[in-house]
Design a protein around this ligand. Structure first.
Ligand SMILES: [Zn+2]
Ligand SMILES: [Zn+2]
Length: 301
């Protein structure tokens, strides 16, 4: 039997990659960053990693020798922008005792193993994941299941409307909760009642706002949504803080700052996620604090 011990450690989220589809780089893309999706979720000291985009290499460099011996990597789906950091994750290169478990929920219960083995092998990649020092274990589930981990931790999941499917996640810690809802295209009518129920009352919802409503007509059917639809969902579901995510690589810092200012007129507790930004929610009655991490040089990996 697992006893839950109350802690004063917060629920903490840190963004390591916020771009979608492909990276961005150059002087106009400094504030919001260039890496593709990767989010660190800390339920107290317990680490979850969501998605393995190029941001995973930066997270791995930060974790370095302090990385846990067992790491749970929750994948929204297997499109390249969500897995291309996987073989560059430093903790997988440092220890032969380390176990990295991947979880994938959009393949009808199949794990990511077969797909990753097709990609990470010559001639597409010089080595296979199995040749890295760490051990990988690949788990499949059906989006909608609740995941239970070996230490008793649980994470809820939800299917998302995206080509080939994608999985949303909800993390809970000491009365706080955070949802990861990317990649998704909104439905008509909107908000989708089942999704609204899934994210209801969350302290934070990370949402695919790749486009604006003005751009959406040209991007219909691409599997992505708009910040305006994120606001509609957040308001309907009583979500307290909204982080717009999966940012379009063509939207530079000036564009995103202007869109953020427009969004904050209708939802003041919303923002566009910046690479390396941390958001922290103290247990129970504590106050939520969102702070922008200072820009730092990304170590070479
Ligand atoms: Zn994507
Ligand atoms: Zn995708």
């Amino acid at each position: 039997m697992i006893r839950r011990v109350a802690s004063s450690d917060p629920l903490q989220i840190r963004f390591w990659g916020t771009r979608g589809s492909t990276c961005a780089s150059g002087p106009r893309f400094v504030e919001f960053g260039g890496h593709t999706p990767c989010v660190e979720v800390r339920c107290g000291k317990r680490l979850f990693v969501v998605d393995a985009g190029t941001g995973l290499s930066a997270l791995g460099a930060e974790l370095g020798q302090t990385a846990p011996e067992e790491i749970d990597l929750l994948l929204s789906h297997l499109h390249l922008d969500h897995i291309s950091g996987l073989p560059f994750f430093k903790p997988a290169l440092l220890s032969s005792n380390r176990l990295i478990r991947t979880y994938c929920g959009n393949l009808d219960g199949e794990s990511a193993q077969a797909a990753l083995e097709r990609l990470y092998r010559p001639p597409l990649f010089p080595i296979r994941l199995g040749q890295l020092p760490a051990n990988f274990e690949h788990h499949g589930f059906k989006a909608g299941d609740t995941l239970t981990f070996p230490d008793g931790a649980t994470v809820e999941t939800h299917p998302l409307n995206h080509p080939g499917g994608a999985t949303g996640y909800r993390f809970r810690h000491e009365g706080r909760s955070a949802c990861y809802i990317s990649d998704i295209e909104h439905s008509d009518p909107w908000p989708d009642p089942a999704l609204a129920e899934f994210v209801r009352g969350a302290d934070l919802m990370i949402y695919d706002g790749m486009f604006s409503d003005a751009e959406y007509d040209n991007c219909r059917g691409w599997g992505h949504s708009t910040w305006q639809k994120g606001v509609e969902l957040a308001k309907r579901a009583g979500v307290k803080t909204l982080a717009i995510f999966h940012l379009y690589p063509g939207h530079d810092d000036a564009f995103l700052n202007a869109a953020e200012a427009e969004m904050q007129k209708v939802m003041p507790s919303s923002f566009f996620a910046r690479e390396r930004q941390s958001v922290s929610f103290a247990p129970e009655r504590g106050q939520a604090v969102a702070e922008q991490a200072k820009p730092a040089k990304v170590p070479a990996v």
